[in-house]
Design a protein around this ligand. Structure first.
Ligand SMILES: CC(C)(COP(=O)(O)OP(=O)(O)OC[C@H]1O[C@@H](n2cnc3c(N)ncnc32)[C@H](O)[C@@H]1OP(=O)(O)O)[C@@H](O)C(=O)NCCC(=O)NCCS
Length: 172
């Protein structure tokens, strides 16, 4: 299926919210995106939409996080949330959104990405349990669902600690 993936623009905000509401069957993620967008840390170039014949059918967002050790702080990205409209799922759109997002993030110079999500989806992109680096989630989650990926080989070497998400994540 031919789709176009590009950075969000203001005219997409409503469709992004609707895609998330429908994919998650709740409004938390749509609200989260809007709260994140209001922050100075928000990176619009890493809020990507998948467009098919002019219709927004999927969305992915990466936002900055810190990995805080006892005496160290490392910058990274969190992939969250991502959504594909239910009627378009299972056709490779989610895969294309992740691949394009990772490519953009690498190009922007980020070293690593954290994701809390489906263990059946993210390992295909190279994500592995974050516990292998001693990177911990601030939320109680199963080990297999909290994953990390190096965008640059060795970027997580020696990095450990607790992931600090932007504040709106604590309110979801
Ligand atoms: C997760 C999501 C974004 C994936 O988007 P998508 O366009 O369906 O993704 P793709 O088609 O590229 O790939 C989906 C893969 O997961 C597989 N899959 C789907 N549901 C699955 C399940 N319950 N268990 C195991 N595998 C599953 C599909 O078979 C497919 O694998 P394949 O490529 O080997 O056939 C989409 O399902 C979605 O929006 N879900 C609801 C919101 C959500 O959970 N977001 C992610 C939060 S971490």
């Amino acid at each position: 299926m031919k789709i176009n993936i590009r950075a969000e623009a203001p005219q997409d905000y409503t469709a992004i919210r609707e895609a998330n509401d429908k994919a998650f069957e709740q409004q938390n993620e749509g609200r989260l995106i809007e709260a994140l967008r209001a922050l100075p840390e928000f990176i619009p170039e890493l809020s990507l939409v998948a467009e098919h014949h002019g219709k927004i059918i999927g969305h992915i967002l990466f936002s900055p996080v810190e990995i805080r050790g006892k005496q160290t702080v490392h910058q990274a990205l969190a992939l969250a949330p991502m959504a594909v409209l239910p009627e378009y799922q299972g056709r490779g759109i989610g895969t294309q959104l992740v691949e394009e997002g990772l490519r953009q993030a690498r190009q922007m110079g980020f070293g690593a990405v954290i994701v809390l999500g489906h263990e059946w989806f993210y390992p295909r992109f190279g994500f592995r349990p974050a516990s292998r680096w001693n990177i911990r989630s601030p939320f109680p989650v199963p080990d297999a669902a909290f994953l990390a990926l190096e965008l640059r080989q060795g970027a997580l070497q020696g990095v450990k600690g607790m992931v600090k998400y932007l504040r709106p994540f604590e309110e979801v």
